[in-house]
Design a protein around this ligand. Structure first.
Ligand code: ATP
Length: 674
């Protein structure tokens, strides 16, 4: 097929939208060539946005390396917003209909969906001794997981060679489990058809449970511990060893590993909502996760500069809230210059605690609320502060942060003890029309197990602790219960919205389908009442699940990942592990081991120390040289190596051989003095 001539590109660049769209129909010869090229669709999107005074964040869109379909989807989406700022004569809605009617009409094309991303926080070094409760907890969460047989076979093949037959792989498994004697056992004549294994791989999670039971011939004490095996950013999946399922993939829209920057998280998850917000649609960005997993860090950054002992502003790390506010101001300024769109921006900073909403910008006063249609309480409008520059917004953010309820729990030194919501309210005026939108940035209180954050301990031991301590702890316990109640209500609303969405889809596919009425329980908590305008309908919602890869938090991490998966619109077709992903998991572990080794090489140095050696004749001070500076990475490396061995099912026979050769040395206790 003949390519479009050069002049077409300059027309695309300088011509108006109509000319650009018409170009594709000029000649049959290159019609297809044009409409199947990303650059043509990009031009179409840019021109369309310009003509309809819509905000298009190209940097953000192109950062995701969009495909041709993505460009087409973007064009369709922009088209659905065409009446927002620009009702041309031809496009104009019928007389008497205002902008909200248009929005309603267009919003029919916008289906409810939540884009869910997962972000892992960097590892933390545990400070202080492990107390009894911690030990119980970590023992419970680090229990061994039985890997189903159909997953163990490819793992064994990955270790011993892919040309191993299934019965040979089974023999290996038996040898690992029961020692060399197992060669003479009934498995030696066992024959497993390749097809059977493939079929098993394709079964659903339900049947995985059955398989896990079948595989109890495999000694559970030798399986890997529950935890995250691999974080695959490219595939947007997280592979974990999950109790009850064995190896399991969790699928999301985006996944960010522990090394990811605040910029990357914002660009690839929340920035899309900003575009819609400026285009006149409501939006919500929520961070959800276990306490201490980095929700506040992700949403509001690390405002260390407020603490006098930390010194300068350089220590501050911006979060989604700061980045969003700056971007909104810049976009509004540009739009005012280019299209003459007037704007008014307001900020609200509130905290939802129990059954009340507190205004963080009015010294924590209880917010007045008013009832609207459906008897829903909403903020009474007295909480909004007009802003037009970044320093003003920054001051409000700092003021609100200082008012937040914070406490030190065993999991987080500065734990937020309520749900905080930072709201940007925007009114844009164009040709006498007003377009209003709201963006809610929500830092949900940490979902927590009371036994782990230990807020219940002193409450249980009333009488043995001081009354002031008892009341303080009771307060923390109430806070934890309030947080969990709000999260529960939020889950219920999201589930209902998904169900509603499903019913709508079925009704549109089959006209005879009898739609059930689905009630979305916004009224169940103040948090969901507050979010109701930006959750569901035409609003765009993004959820960032924060989690830790530390095996001692495996239970909470899987709970958070499951919740993220339930909220997500991404269908997880990879609930069962395929052979390919098992090998990928092993390779991924290999990569992480190499990275860890490189970090050790970079950070480790030798240091000379004087230590006291306890001897039978008394104490002796000796000088020793020890490696320091990479203790954290060494721990991580040890964990990764153990995990790899456990996954491959090796260790038993090799460890046996190794320990047989090494003479047992009695350790001499040493105490470091310098
Ligand atoms: N990605 C990250 N990079 C660097 N530090 C982080 C990261 N995530 C969290 N932290 C640090 O971990 C600590 C706890 O994080 P944060 O307060 O954000 O947790 P949280 O989930 O909001 O907890 P809570 O629900 O108890 O308030 C903070 O000191 C924060 O600076």
């Amino acid at each position: 097929m003949e390519s479009p001539p050069e002049w077409i590109h300059s027309v695309l660049k300088h011509g108006d939208l109509k000319t650009c769209l018409n170009l594709a129909t000029v000649s049959k010869m290159y019609h297809q060539e044009l409409t199947t090229s990303c650059s043509w669709w990009k031009v179409a999107c840019v021109k369309f946005a310009e003509e309809k005074k819509l905000y298009l964040d190209l940097d953000h869109f192109e950062s995701g390396s969009p495909s041709l379909d993505d460009w087409k989807d973007l064009f369709a989406e922009l088209r659905s917003m065409r009446f927002q700022f620009c009702p041309s004569e031809k496009d104009a809605p019928a007389q008497g209909r205002d902008a909200s009617c248009c929005e309603e009409e267009d919003s029919r094309n916008r289906t409810f969906s939540i884009a869910v991303s997962v972000r892992f926080r960097p590892p933390v070094r545990v400070r202080g001794p492990v107390v009894e409760g911690d030990k119980e907890q970590s023992d419970a969460s680090q229990r061994k997981v039985v890997i189903p047989l159909h997953q163990r076979l490819p793992l064994i093949k990955a270790k011993y060679g892919m040309n191993l037959s299934n019965s040979e792989a089974m023999k290996k498994i038996m040898m690992i489990q029961h020692g060399k004697d197992a060669v003479a056992d009934p498995w030696s004549s066992a024959f497993i058809q390749e097809d059977d294994v493939t079929q098993k791989e394709n079964r659903t999670q339900q049947s995985e449970k059955t398989l896990a039971t079948t595989a109890t011939a495999v000694n559970p004490d030798q399986g890997p511990t529950a935890g995250i095996v691999a974080v695959k950013e490219k595939e947007a999946t997280v592979l974990g060893v999950v109790p009850g399922s064995g190896l399991r993939d969790f699928k999301f829209d985006r996944v960010f590993d522990s090394g990811s920057s605040q910029d990357a998280v914002h660009l690839n998850s929340s920035r899309r909502v900003v575009m819609d917000f400026i285009n006149g649609f409501n939006g919500t960005v929520m961070v959800y996760g276990q306490t201490g997993s980095g929700k506040t860090y992700t949403m509001f950054g690390n405002q260390k500069f407020e603490e006098t002992f930390e010194g300068s502003d350089e220590d501050a790390v911006e979060g989604i809230a700061q980045k969003t506010a700056k971007e909104v101001l810049k976009a509004l300024g540009d739009r005012e210059d280019c299209h003459g769109i007037g704007w008014r921006l307001g900020v609200t900073y509130v905290e939802v605690y129990g059954q009340e909403v507190y205004d963080l910008l009015k010294g924590g006063e209880i917010v007045g609320q008013s009832r609207v249609a459906g008897q829903r309480y909403v903020l009474d409008g007295q909480t909004e502060w007009p802003v037009s520059t970044w320093p003003e917004i920054s001051d409000y953010l700092k003021e609100g942060d200082a008012q937040k309820r914070k406490a030190c729990t065993a999991m987080n030194e500065r734990s937020s003890r309520a749900h905080t919501v930072f709201i940007l309210s925007l009114t844009q005026t164009v040709d006498g029309r007003k377009v209003q939108s709201k963006l809610m940035l929500v830092d949900l209180g940490g979902s927590e197990k009371l036994t782990k954050s230990k807020v219940h301990e002193s409450v249980r031991s009333a009488g043995t602790v001081s009354w002031s301590h008892y009341y303080e702890q009771r307060k923390h316990l109430t806070e934890a219960l309030y947080i969990n109640a709000g999260l529960y209500a939020l889950k219920a609303c999201i589930e209902a919205l998904h169900e509603k969405q499903k019913q709508d889809r079925m009704a549109s596919e089959d006209p005879s389908f009898k739609r059930r009425h689905i009630y979305v329980p916004y009224q169940d908590s103040k948090l969901t009442m507050l979010l109701s305008s930006s959750l569901g309908g035409s609003a765009r919602t993004v959820m960032i699940v924060t989690a830790s890869k530390d095996p001692s938090h495996a239970t909470e991490t899987f709970q958070s990942l499951r919740f993220g998966e339930q909220c997500s619109s991404v269908e997880n077709t990879a609930l069962c592990m395929s052979r390919g992903s098992v090998i990928d998991a092993i390779n991924e572990l290999g990569v992480r081991i190499k990275e860890c080794e490189a970090l050790i090489e970079k950070h480790e140095r030798w240091e000379t120390k004087r230590i006291v050696r306890k001897d039978l004749d008394g104490d002796e001070i000796v000088t020793v040289t020890v490696p320091v500076g990479a203790e954290m990475y060494r721990e991580e490396l040890e964990r990764l190596l153990k995990r790899k061995d456990a996954l491959l099912g090796v260790g038993a026979e090799e460890e046996e051989e190794a320990t047989a050769e090494v003479p047992q040395v009695k350790a001499v206790p040493c105490v470091a003095v310098a």
